[in-house]
Design a protein around this ligand. Structure first.
Ligand code: COA
Length: 172
């Protein structure tokens, strides 16, 4: 049986792990990178949500999201990185995040931007149930402003209503 993936809040002591994980060569050109100061500022920002994934007692990845519920813009998944790629961890991580975003924050939907050349991430998101969406220019400008997402201009946007259903949890 596969070892369960669990999720907990990121702490300042986890910053080194996050920086090392997003700096792996496999992440080059696919995901943003922050300095330690940027992480510390972000951890102190109440709008930001940071979670760590663990599997069998080992750190397995992390996610940074923005709670934009009160602004009417759902949950923005800013960054997701897992240590071991293409083994299903990414989509399991998204199920965990989606469940928490719905239950803890009341987010009706989750959305993100992904570079068109990031085929692995796109495959992961589509398998998890996210779908491309074409935001109208006004909505896109607003989402960009709320998410500090200058890169959104060159990204494909994906979105899903929450919570997503993890097929592993479906019982007949
Ligand atoms: C994006 C990321 C979080 C996805 O997590 P993951 O565990 O790798 O994703 P999954 O294993 O759930 O799904 C990946 C899918 O892509 C497929 N895949 C792997 N390499 C691929 C490639 N080069 N091209 C297309 N598909 C690929 C896998 O086979 C898998 O599909 P399948 O399960 O249907 O066979 C992870 O790859 C990662 O950390 N990437 C680096 C950082 C990054 O790109 N973050 C996202 C920024 S938007």
């Amino acid at each position: 049986m596969e070892t369960a993936l669990t999720m907990r809040r990121m702490k300042a002591s986890d910053i080194d792990f996050a920086m090392a994980t997003e700096s792996a060569p496999e992440c080059d050109g696919l995901v943003g990178r922050w300095s330690e100061d940027e992480y510390r500022d972000s951890l102190a920002d109440p709008k930001h949500r940071h979670w760590l994934f663990e599997q069998g007692g080992t750190l397995a990845g992390f996610v940074i999201g923005y709670d934009l519920v009160s602004a009417g813009a759902g949950f923005y998944l800013k960054r997701i990185v897992v240590s071991c790629k293409a083994r299903g961890l990414g989509r399991r991580a998204i199920y965990l995040v989606s469940d928490l975003a719905r239950r803890q924050l009341g987010a009706p939907y989750l959305w993100l931007g992904v570079y068109p050349h990031n085929a692995r991430a796109i495959r992961c998101y589509e398998a998890a149930g996210l779908r491309p969406f074409d935001a109208k220019p006004k909505a896109l400008a607003r989402h960009r402003m709320l998410s500090d997402g200058a890169a959104l201009d060159v990204c494909l946007l994906y979105k899903a209503d929450l919570p997503l259903t993890d097929p592993c949890c479906v019982r007949d």
